[in-house]
Design a protein around this ligand. Structure first.
Ligand code: CO
Length: 211
């Protein structure tokens, strides 16, 4: 109970394997991180960031929360984005949602979980905006559509952030992407809502409704 033997054993074997393939891997990585990507995904245990894109340590700066929400008032998320953009100078921010997201489902079901309800308020507003249009859909399709709308909504939120706006003003190369992951086949889908500058952002007004 106090010692998670299997995890520690797995770690030892993993480190050994990595060192065998590249003896200097940990030493060189310990000196500096230089990730090109900031990944913002759901906390869901089935969507591990590095693993699903097969990227090694050092390549992705990662932030995960329930339903991959970007909220300017969230100090945690804002700090991650600020550090990634201003210090690490990542070139890409990937908002990655997933179909069948429990957080999104909770919004549709209206099931109350206290703090999570407050957290999901942003998605709740998005749901109410599109609720009538979704009326005829089956429950599963409704959830999956809201999962996609949430990704594009979060792409819009991140583009509106001062951190991102000033990076673009300074001519920094920075693209925001919206992706969604399918738990049923392990595949990612690009939702084609990429925004790489202010001009592209102005064209995406009302992006939440685009599919
Ligand atoms: Co989720």
């Amino acid at each position: 109970m106090r010692v998670l033997k299997n995890l520690l054993e797995n770690n030892r074997k993993w480190a050994e394997k990595v060192k065998k393939l590249d003896p200097g891997f940990f030493l060189s990585l310990s000196k500096k991180q230089n990730p090109e990507y900031l990944w913002i995904g759901c906390s869901d245990s089935r969507v591990p960031a590095n693993e699903i894109v097969n990227m090694p340590p050092g390549t992705m700066f990662v932030h995960r929360n329930i339903a991959n929400i970007v909220n300017e008032d969230d100090l945690n998320c804002r700090s991650v984005i600020q550090y990634a953009v201003e210090v690490l100078k990542v070139k890409h921010i990937i908002i990655c949602g997933h179909y069948g997201c429990g957080g999104i489902q909770a919004v549709i079901d209206g099931s109350g979980y206290g703090a999570i309800d407050v957290w999901l308020q942003n998605v709740n507003e998005l749901y109410h905006k599109h609720k009538t249009a979704m009326g005829a859909l089956q429950e599963k399709d409704k959830i999956n559509l809201l999962c996609e709308l949430n990704v594009t909504g979060q792409v819009a939120n991140i583009c509106r952030m001062t951190i991102v706006q000033s990076a673009w003003d300074k001519g920094q190369k920075l693209a925001v992407h919206g992706w969604i992951y399918n738990l049923e086949d392990g595949l990612l889908k690009d939702l084609n809502v990429c925004v790489a500058n202010k001009e592209e952002m102005s064209k995406m007004q009302g992006i939440e409704g685009r599919r």
